[in-house]
Design a protein around this ligand. Structure first.
Ligand code: COI
Length: 354
């Protein structure tokens, strides 16, 4: 652990809090009053500071704008039952951020800037944490390359920031998914496991085409053969097949989702056998057609647990059975919520309580 760090704070004189309707939150539309910034130059990080949320100025030749050297995290802070505030799985998010930065040739952010910065920012903006069901303050740490240059090179300068946004659930309705067997999100050896901006930009066209066909999201398959399931781009995918929880194993083309990891950790103690294994499109289609898939859902920080109601395979749509509070996905979603809100013991020490 890096030593404690002093983070100066400039408090806003114009809070926007009273303008927010916490019962009608569009994901990521509103940002809380403050943000954290720290610059990297000459091989070292400068003084982090918290300032009122506002615009930043960038040169048009900042390398991030041309060659997409940018990496982010998505985390959540919750209002606990006892009035405290918790941030979920800070260590896991920090470690994943470091892995993404390494893949994109960007400098590591010191642990004290990331962790203490998050805690201080969340404590300053804690009034922005919704206490509606499924509500949280979504935290977005990110880093961008700021050196001014048009030559293709690794940047020498970076900006690290944390902004936050009060949110409700990402998906308001059950999802209709399309298995994508033409376009590719990520190939083995590529950047799929890194949370870099380019992965998301590259998924827009196929996702938009799927939306025009009436689907909500694309379920990506491997780049080589379109034979194996990968993930859904905004979330990992999980199935209860023949009574067993199954999800594709981590690889260089799949994001190491924190919600995925948490569900896999909770499954055994909830009496659910869990398998991380390769799942072919063919296996899933056969199981769907034989009624052996009792649940399908997405898992992600933003998506939380997002029930899937239909999956289209090569133009044929399969309906999933309806679900209720006894289904594993609902029980695990509730369990996660209870841990985060301090309603049950946090035996795995996932909460950073502020
Ligand atoms: C998240 O779940 O935090 C994500 O990053 C998905 C999406 C909002 C980009």
């Amino acid at each position: 652990m890096t030593p404690p760090i002093d983070i100066p704070v400039g408090i806003t004189t114009h809070s926007r809090l009273s303008e927010i309707d916490f019962n009608n939150l569009e994901f990521g539309k509103h940002t809380a009053d403050h943000m954290l910034l720290a610059e990297y130059e000459n091989g070292a990080w400068g003084q982090p500071r918290i300032v009122p949320f506002g615009e930043i100025s960038l040169s048009p030749t900042s390398l991030v704008l041309h060659y997409a050297q940018t990496v982010f995290e998505g985390m959540k802070a919750f209002k606990m039952q006892d009035g405290n505030v918790s941030i979920f799985r800070v260590d896991k998010h920090y470690n994943r951020f470091l892995k993404s930065l390494e893949r994109m040739c960007m400098p590591a952010i010191p642990e004290n800037i990331f962790k203490e910065g998050l805690k201080k920012l969340v404590s300053i903006d804690k009034a922005w944490i919704p206490d509606t069901e499924g509500g949280a303050l979504y935290l977005r740490p990110f880093m961008i390359a700021t050196e001014q240059r048009l030559g293709v090179k690794v940047s020498d300068k970076y900006l690290f920031m944390i902004v936050s946004s009060p949110v409700g659930p990402y998906y308001a309705k059950p999802l209709n998914m399309k298995i994508e067997t033409e376009y590719v999100r990520a190939a083995e050896g590529g950047t799929g496991y890194a949370k870099c901006g380019g992965n998301y930009g590259a998924s827009f066209l196929p996702t938009q085409m799927a939306r025009q066909q009436g689907f909500d999201q694309v379920l990506w398959t491997d780049a080589k053969e379109h034979k194996y399931l990968d993930e859904a781009g905004t979330m990992n995918v999980m199935f209860v097949m023949d009574g067993v929880l199954a999800t594709p194993p981590l690889s260089t083309s799949i994001l190491d989702g924190v919600t995925r990891d948490s569900i896999l950790a909770l499954a055994p103690e909830m009496g659910m056998k869990a398998e991380q294994r390769r799942i072919t499109v063919e296996e899933l289609e056969t199981a769907l057609s034989e009624g052996r898939v009792s649940e399908a859902f997405g898992a992600g920080t933003a998506a939380v647990v997002a029930p899937i109601q239909s999956i289209s395979v090569n133009g044929k749509s399969y309906q999933l059975p309806s679900w209720n509070d006894d289904n594993f996905m609902i029980k695990v979603k509730n369990k996660l919520s209870d841990i985060r809100h301090g309603l049950v013991a946090d035996t795995k020490i996932w909460n950073t309580v502020i």
